[in-house]
Design a protein around this ligand. Structure first.
Ligand code: HEM
Length: 475
């Protein structure tokens, strides 16, 4: 595993032999979930190993120490994103945060968007997000009251609650279930995430873009339907913008856009950056949170004893009213249940792909500039070296003996370093307040005559629990 370049010796991570042209692409074609395949390769080659997909080099990190070293201690070295052709189309040539590469312009964009998000969460010049989410939890449970019964599907109501939280934050707008704009927003978000598949031929061999393909047609259709909403919202905000009355994140970002100039007086933050940041709010804020709550409810149906503990905690803390963000300190068991859901589900199983921005190292191995790096968060969250009884759903993984919340260093659901999730606080607020509100009003039980939710997801990179129904018992 020692290679020589320009007379210098490099110690490269080991890995399976690669075929000409396609490299190790066949390892992704077994039908097995990629994070399981990576764990099996780690057993054979060690927790840091390398692969090639087409001609692109990949390094996969499978243990908490190497991930912390790379993403935290060498944060900037690992802060790039690989540029995928399909993604650059969707993100207006990488003008967004999630997919954009690590450049001075991107850093400004991320800083401005994170600042806008935190101002709106705290409620600087507008109502704080905690209040909005508690109110949304109230609407959510009122809609469910009409549906309670032995076999209930809550998908539509849950979708609506989360879209409404994100669209209040982003556009100061709420929807009803029958609003066509709401339906279009849900459809375009769900279809976009289904297009983000690793190893797609168009991304491995971008020269294929000259041939018509179903994927590219779908990407173009979805860009059209997404922009019909996001661009329209931006145009409306710009036309009515008043710096003395900031309504939401879009206004906060428009204010930043109007102020941002580089040393030569050129604009460095344009309309595309604002529109793509609003897309990021939906990509992260809606999709990830929706999928995690769906996981949480599935685990809770399997574990009525966990529901009972959360309900007693709420009764002891503040009676039978809806929980607020100020109640968080009184709800350690609920918070631990949310963290355990994030660990067990490991929705973002391999983290976002990173690109090395320079020649660097990890665990004593050399990693060349422009290597794509994946982190096997699923395995770190299930490795018995890190967790006692890792396959069981136990909120106690996140509690000290005296019942206080404690987050172990192997918990990486929101990633680490200069590209860590900017929405982790908002995500926790949504998860704690929506789940708390739901359990305050209902017991969640196995649907009568139906199986328990299936907790084994398919083989996709984004681990998603399948659809299920439940028995919703009013308390
Ligand atoms: C349960 C909910 C969520 C989970 C599990 C989650 C997890 C993650 C993960 C693993 C990353 C990848 C970071 C990396 O590449 O290292 C990420 C990135 C990101 N998340 Fe979240 N996230 C959630 C909710 C949110 C919310 C609510 C927002 C905003 C409203 C958000 C916005 C973002 C953005 C903008 C990025 C890109 C950061 C960058 O590339 O610099 N996320 N998230």
């Amino acid at each position: 595993f020692v290679s020589k370049r320009y007379g210098k010796q490099y110690r490269l991570p080991p890995g399976p032999p690669a075929l000409p042209i396609i490299g190790n692409l066949p390892v992704f074609m077994t039908g097995k979930a990629p994070y399981r395949v990576m764990k099996n390769l780690a057993d054979k080659y060690g927790s840091v190993f390398s692969l090639k997909i087409g001609t692109t080099p990949f390094v996969v990190l499978n243990d908490v120490d190497s991930i912390r070293e790379a993403l935290h201690h060498r944060s900037v070295d690992y802060a790039g994103r690989p540029c995928l052709y399909s993604v650059s189309l969707m993100s207006r040539n990488n003008c967004d945060i999630v997919f954009g590469d690590y450049t001075p312009g991107w850093r400004l964009h991320r800083r401005a968007t994170a600042a806008a998000l935190h101002k709106n969460i705290r409620g600087v010049g507008c109502e704080a997000m905690g209040i909005k989410i508690t109110r949304e939890a109230e609407y959510f449970t009122q809609l469910l009251m009409k549906k309670a019964g032995p076999v209930v599907d809550i998908e539509n109501e849950l979708n609506l609650a989360i879209i409404n939280i994100i669209s209040q934050l982003t556009f100061a707008t709420r929807y009803t279930l029958d609003d066509p704009e709401y339906q279009a927003l849900v459809d375009s978000n769900q279809k976009f995430s289904s297009l983000l598949k690793p190893g797609d031929p168009i991304d491995v061999f971008p020269a294929l873009k000259i041939f018509p393909s179903k994927k590219l047609r779908l990407v173009q259709e979805l860009i059209g339907s997404r922009d019909a909403i996001l661009q329209k919202k931006y145009d409306e905000h710009l036309a009515t913008f008043d710096p003395k009355s900031i309504r939401d994140i879009t206004d906060t970002l428009i204010a930043t856009m109007k102020e941002s100039k580089d040393q030569n007086g050129n604009d460095v933050f344009c309309a595309d950056h604002v529109v793509m940041a609003t897309w990021d709010m939906f990509l992260g804020g809606y999709e990830a949170t929706y999928k995690t709550i769906k996981w949480a409810i599935a685990f809770l149906i399997h574990h009525p004893e966990v529901q009972a503990k959360i309900q007693s905690e709420m009764t002891a803390g503040f009676g039978d009213r809806m929980p607020t963000w100020e109640d968080r300190a009184k709800l350690p068991y609920l918070e631990a249940t949310v963290l355990e859901t994030l660990r067990q589900s490991s929705m973002s199983s391999m983290n976002g792909p990173r690109r090395t921005t320079c020649d660097t190292q990890v665990k004593g191995y050399d990693v060349a500039k422009d290597t794509t790096v994946f982190c096997n968060l699923w395995w770190v969250h299930h490795d018995p070296k890190n967790w006692k009884d890792p396959m069981s759903f136990r909120p106690e993984h996140f509690l000290t003996e005296d019942g206080k919340v404690s987050v172990p260093r192997a918990f990486l659901a929101f990633s680490l370093g200069s590209r860590a999730c900017i929405g982790s606080q908002l995500a926790l607020m949504q998860l704690i307040l929506l789940l708390g509100g739901l359990l305050q009003r209902f017991n969640l039980r196995q649907a009568v005559g139906e199986p328990l939710p299936d907790l084994e997801p398919g083989s996709e990179l984004v681990r998603t629990v399948g659809d299920y129904t439940m028995c919703l018992e009013v308390r």
